[in-house]
Design a protein. Sequence first.
Length: 400
Amino acid sequence: MEAYIYDAVRTVRGKGNKKGALMSVTPTELSTQVLKALKDRNDLDTDLVEDVILGCVSQVKDQGVNIAKSAAQQSGYGDHLCGVTLNRFCGSGLEAINQAAAYVRAGFTDLLVAGGVESMSRVPMGSDGGGFLLDPEQAIPGKMVPQGISADLIASKFGYSRADVDKFAYESQMRASKAESESRFKSRIAVQDVNGLAVLNTDENIRPSTTLEGLGNLQPSFAMMGQMGGYDAVAIDKYPEIEEINHVHHAGNSSAIVDGASVALIGNKAVGEKMGLKPRFKIRAAAVVGTDPTIMLIGPAPASKKALKQAGMQVSDIDLFEVNEAFAAVPMYFMEEMGVDHSVVNVNGGAIALGHPLGSTGCMLTGTLMDELERRDLSTGLVTLCIGGGMGIATIIERI
């Protein structure tokens, strides 16, 4: 049995700090607004939706106590609607889609909503603590380092200079600015207040005024952490061929911290016919892999290779790629390892410009990819993200 994506919706992304436009909006409300938009866009018979699967990384405070069920209850879909919240770190939003597809393909469920949410202004990253971040007994044996150190390790190992990563970041901003000016983000909705007035109607982090000179003036974000905290020594001990960690990443060439929510409607063929809806895409394959936890952010390439093998496809069969821009070095390494040109990767910019609302990003990237494949009249796309702790996730979708 096949699993189809009938539609995908995301909120605009607001800056994830106390001055961000979405600071006043709870993550439950963000999730509820995309659920309602999904219903309205498709004249959806909500009695047919059986479950909501939401990715969310920091499941405490406003995001605690199973936020998926909270959103399901508040959505107006009905008391029958279940909800489950999952955490595969940055891959959570895509993991939610993949789990929904697995339920459908197994014949256990006919129709689900899957996506993610993260309010990084209200629940800052790291609020939930965690063993391998705080417990030396877990961190030391695995030679765990912070993600920024891992990103700089990738740049050092594979020869990406400060100029290289800044150039990539500049291109991300320019592509996002162009996409915004041409209204390419069809799956995006404004976030509204209780009176139905727009709180935010565009992605708040896009900076069309970005220049290479401005990026070049920013100070590295992880140099002191690496040198004074001893993490550089840990990385070099694991990779002794590197004499020194070249700290090239900073706020301008790393993913922006933002708020946002997203959902996709996933079901089988029969339920679509019952609803009178035509599916937009089929989920061809999905894969996860584990990687070395020191250079933890190289997972997109092996995950993508695994998904391609599962689908019986080659890299050349993929028309467009969405690779999460956690740090500039991540998609740069992916393109080099996979032999993929930048002209087909993140064509509307990525998380450097648009932001990375942790638990939601994977679903957001899927909707962006769907919109762009349709806009260009292309067929097949691949979404992939690196994941903290040393993992990668990838999903292949094919247009109907």
